[in-house]
Design a protein around this ligand. Structure first.
Ligand SMILES: Nc1ncnc2c1ncn2[C@@H]1O[C@H](COP(=O)(O)OP(=O)(O)OP(=O)(O)O)[C@@H](O)[C@H]1O
Ligand SMILES: [Mg+2]
Length: 259
């Protein structure tokens, strides 16, 4: 198993390995040569200020926008610039920051759409399994997604990608628009359970403290650049945490220039 061996930092072998990735819109890079990794069973969080390029980075990893430079490897295979549906076949489940469910469809149909690569007779079986992870969705199967609360909707968005049993989950702000209390529930119960199930989990979160508390590793991105790569607990323990999150401090006395 790849998880049995570890590198010098004690991290599992990378299931996702991003090396020097540059990405942006219309050919102009916003993310510059960013490197990150996530091993099976590992929860990895990217934090950083608004507009830092976190979603852009995730979109390039998930095949939604092209990589302008660098490499993305998944389970040892070079998947750079592979289209999103091919990545889904290889085990990547991506939950975007917005438009994460189909508003006009019922919960059950959203789940069926999430299982679009499955055979028709497998969908019921997988839906049952996903309901075991998110039992609250059981009584909402016939409800239209637009009528769900913010928390229920986030649950559905995660359940939808679980339909294909991904080995890598890429979650862009799984707690956006949720109260502090509900965010903690989503992170502590749902996201950490995804890690415990053995998948590699890469998340972007604004609620940095709560996210770091359930994470193994963390990256700080500011100005399109990864400024810090650190064990999540070490980052959480830092006195200059607030400055770090804003990308204003690397913690070693150096204040990076705005870029
Ligand atoms: N579709 C797009 N076309 C052009 N520019 C974009 C597009 N999406 C984002 N950008 C720009 O790219 C930069 C980085 O945006 P991105 O969404 O990656 O930031 P972020 O770190 O996810 O921010 P937030 O925390 O607010 O979600 C911003 O300046 C943004 O305006
Ligand atoms: Mg974003």
């Amino acid at each position: 198993m790849p998880t049995s061996s570890a590198d010098e930092a004690g991290r599992p072998m990378p299931h996702l390995l991003v090396d020097g990735l540059s990405a942006g819109y219309g050919g102009a890079p916003i993310v510059h040569e960013a490197s990150a990794r996530a091993g099976l069973g590992e929860i990895v969080t990217i934090v950083g200020p608004n507009g830092a390029g976190k979603s852009t980075f995730l979109k390039a990893v998930a095949g939604m926008i092209p990589a302008l430079a660098g490499k993305v490897r998944l389970a040892g295979e070079d998947v750079t610039n592979m289209r999103a549906n091919h990545l889904a076949r290889r085990g990547l489940g991506y939950v975007p920051q917005v438009n994460d469910v189909f508003d006009t469809l019922t919960v059950a149909d959203n789940l069926a759409m999430g299982g679009y690569l499955l055979k028709r007779n497998e969908i019921g079986e997988r839906t049952e399994k996903v309901m075991e992870v998110f039992p609250a969705l059981k009584r909402m199967l016939n409800r239209t997604a637009s009528k769900l609360s913010g928390g229920e909707r986030k649950m559905l968005a995660m359940a939808r990608v679980l339909m294909l049993e991904p080995s890598l989950l890429v979650l862009d702000e799984p707690t956006s628009n949720l109260s502090a209390d509900l965010s903690r529930v989503v992170l502590e119960e749902h996201v950490s359970r995804l890690g415990e199930s053995g998948a590699a989990v890469l998340i972007v979160e604004q609620k940095a403290q709560a996210a770091l508390a359930i994470s193994d590793w963390a990256y700080v991105m500011a100005g399109g650049v990864i400024r810090i790569s650190s064990a999540a607990g070490d980052l959480l323990a830092r006195k200059d945490l607030a400055e770090v999150f804003l990308g204003r401090s690397t913690g070693d006395g150096e204040v990076p220039k705005a870029s």
